[in-house]
Design a protein around this ligand. Structure first.
Ligand SMILES: *Cc1c(COP(=O)(O)O)cnc(C)c1O
Length: 430
């Protein structure tokens, strides 16, 4: 039996699954099936009418996802979770679950590039406006709100700046105005539980630390179950008004027998039904394997990153090393109030010699991989000015924290001495 009072290390191994009822196997089976046999015509009708809960079709639900969903919900202290095909699908669904054309969201400027493009271009083309505000000023969120604002959006530990987001402050403003804060916690699982700080919903790219081994793209959304969608009735028509696509169901009421999960229920039965960013059962299995060691890996990732940050800080060829462990003042205070047990595994630094030195450094790495990813067990490096940020103008690169000599590291779980040895020889060569 697993209790919510169990520690993250225990929940990561046990939550959501005991044994397979058929085989008595102790590991989670991969339910590689598209559909599920109905017991009777009445059973089928009840499932479609949501009178009974059960499996219909893997575009909306799957027993392997179910374990992944329960385990992440337990780790984050949420009411329920929903597995999706990618982190991008998760952020898209969070917005589409509350917004229609003509609505707006207020979002931090410090975002993953994919999320930035989604908000600034694709959603704008669909008539949903993203209002970008400075995350260091929580009151900027309040000032950007109007009566068509449906949500606040931010990342816990956004790179490259690595300034931890003031979750409690912005969540409190949102609760006052009836606006849920949705947190992308991809870079800080286990270190931060955004729901504990007042966020309404949490999402992850499971591709990164949750899976943890660079094998599978996936995403997940966790519903905190604490936001009162009905108390702010008119702000949330997608949840509080009859849904013509589902016999006039009102999701805030239809969810009641299931618990405080209206947000996730609509996401599953409407957005997955209609847009279908369904996770492969095999990827759900891979991510479950990753989850078992997530708290253990995060500890090593963070410890290594702090050691590497100190090495770089003291190296003559590295300047402006960025890691929350090296911050002071307000940024450090926020990091300490939000992150527990480590400062994350992303480390940035400026290499002496600008873009050319950055390129030479990347080419000289022997063990560390040169890839556009984070959160792998392996240490990864990238030179954003020539890759992830190369489409931006030099001014926009600087505004987003990327200077010509900036290098981003995602520190892995190797022995820190070996990571440092590779960095050291590459810095000498560059
Ligand atoms: C990678 C990433 C995403 C997008 O996730 P995918 O699984 O690649 O679609 C979103 N947010 C953050 C912070 C990420 O690092």
């Amino acid at each position: 039996m697993v209790l919510s009072s169990h520690h993250p290390e225990t929940l990561a191994v046990h939550a959501g699954f005991r044994t397979d009822p058929g085989s008595h196997g102790v590991t989670v089976p991969i339910h590689q099936t598209t559909s599920y046999q109905f017991d009777s015509t009445e059973h089928a009708a009840n499932l479609f009418a949501l009178k009974d809960l059960g499996n219909i079709y893997t575009r909306m639900m799957n027993p392997t996802w179910d374990v992944f969903e329960r385990r992440v919900a337990a780790l984050d202290g949420g009411a329920a979770a929903l597995a999706l095909a990618s982190g991008q699908a998760a952020s898209t669904y969070c917005v589409l679950n509350l917004c229609k054309a003509g609505d707006n969201i207020v979002t931090s400027t410090d975002l993953y590039g994919g999320t930035w493009n989604l908000f600034a271009n694709t959603l704008r083309q669909m008539g949903i406006e993203a209002r970008f505000v400075d995350p260091t000023d929580p009151e900027a969120f309040r000032r950007a709100v109007d009566d068509r604002t449906r949500l606040f959006y931010a990342e816990t530990l956004p790179n490259p700046k690595l300034n931890v987001f003031p979750i409690a402050e912005v969540a409190a403003i949102g609760r006052e105005l009836g606006i849920p804060l949705i947190m992308d916690n991809t870079a800080a699982p286990v270190l931060c539980r955004p729901l504990d700080h007042g966020a309404a919903v949490v999402m992850y790219s499971a591709t990164k630390y949750l899976g943890g081994h660079g094998t599978s793209i996936g995403g997940v959304v966790v519903d905190g179950g604490t936001f009162d969608w009905e108390a702010w009735g008119e702000r949330f028509p997608t949840l509080n008004q009859p849904d013509d696509s589902y016999h006039g169901a009102v999701w805030s009421q239809a969810a009641k027998p299931l618990g405080p999960v209206a947000f996730l229920l609509r996401m599953r039965v409407v957005l997955l039904r209609d847009i279908g960013a369904a996770l492969s059962p095999f990827n759900a299995f891979q991510i479950i394997q990753g989850l078992e060691t997530l708290p253990l890996r995060m500890r090593q990732h963070c410890e290594n990153a702090t050691i590497v940050s100190r090495f770089l800080r003291d190296h003559p060829k590295a300047a402006r090393v960025i890691h929350p462990s090296l911050q002071d003042g307000e940024a450090r205070r926020r990091a300490d109030s939000v992150l527990k047990g480590g400062y994350g595994a992303l480390v940035g630094f400026e290499i002496d010699g600008g873009a050319d030195a950055g390129r030479r450094f990347i080419e000289a790495l022997k063990m560390i991989y040169h890839v556009a990813n984070i959160g792998d067990a392996r240490t990864l490096a990238i030179h954003p000015a020539t890759t992830t940020h190369s489409q931006l103008s030099p001014e926009d690169q600087l505004a987003s924290g990327v200077s010509p000599g900036y290098v981003r590291l995602s520190i892995g779980i190797e022995h820190p001495d070996d990571i440092i040895a590779d960095l050291s020889q590459a810095l000498e060569t560059s």
